[in-house]
Design a protein around this ligand. Structure first.
Ligand code: ATP
Length: 202
């Protein structure tokens, strides 16, 4: 599964339809400050299912729609299409019957987001699972946003460990341990109550 193209339309500063062809090897994006380099990475994160507006440097998800400029009016929708080469059939089961996968996310003002996979409506969860099963996605540690490295360097050891745990894929175990601890606490409470009742009976 290889990303081959990112198509943006009305997303942040990319008001006109823009195609970014991702070729084999390393891709570098260069340009002056404020030209939209970070917006490209955010588009990639967004189409993979990112739902936190703060991760998109906005207050609400509609902030990803082109907001207008001196010479252009605001747009009513934003759309990002991520094209994936699946000729080696490495996509997870259920998504694996086409050579090319086109994942589309579109947001319309006052109407929210919708996703399509090769033109067919799919749920946000389906898209998130597709990327999670392929060990990537909006929260992948492979996507490093601006400022993240200095945050990591300045972070307290506990916060830094969280990042390493996420990279090692064990944060799910952490959550399960927390749930098990809560259950254990509940069971201990029940045992204390049983002891109290037994004492009263005796
Ligand atoms: P730097 O090198 O400074 O980090 P950059 O190339 O990464 O810059 P971005 O941060 O991706 O640039 O782009 C910022 C630009 O995108 C700003 O000019 C900002 O006004 C514009 N922008 C962000 N959101 C929107 C929006 N919803 N509508 C229109 N323009 C937007």
């Amino acid at each position: 599964m290889r990303f081959t193209r990112l198509r943006l339309n009305g997303f942040k500063s990319f008001v006109d339809p823009t195609d970014l062809v991702i070729q084999d090897g390393l891709t570098g994006v260069v340009g002056p400050n404020g030209c939209g380099k970070s917006n490209l990475l955010e588009a990639l994160r967004w189409v993979m299912g990112e739902n936190r507006p703060t991760a998109m440097r906005g207050d609400g998800m509609e902030d990803v729609i082109f907001a207008g400029a001196a010479t252009r009016g605001a747009r009513n929708f934003a759309e990002v299409v991520l094209q994936i080469d699946n000729t080696e059939r490495l996509a997870p089961a259920g998504f694996n019957d086409a050579d090319t996968l086109d994942i589309t996310r579109r947001i319309t003002r006052d109407a929210g987001s919708a996703y399509k996979l090769n033109g067919k409506d799919v749920r946000a969860r389906d898209v998130q699972m597709l990327f999670a099963d392929a060990s990537t996605g909006a929260h992948s540690p492979a996507l490093v946003r601006q400022g993240q490295i200095s945050e990591l360097i300045n972070a307290r050891p506990k916060a830094r460990r969280r990042v390493l745990e996420e990279a090692a894929g064990i944060s799910g175990l952490y959550q399960r341990r927390h749930e098990a601890e809560l259950k254990l606490k509940g069971a201990e409470g029940n045992l204390t109550r049983v002891d109290d009742v037994l004492e009263q009976l005796g």
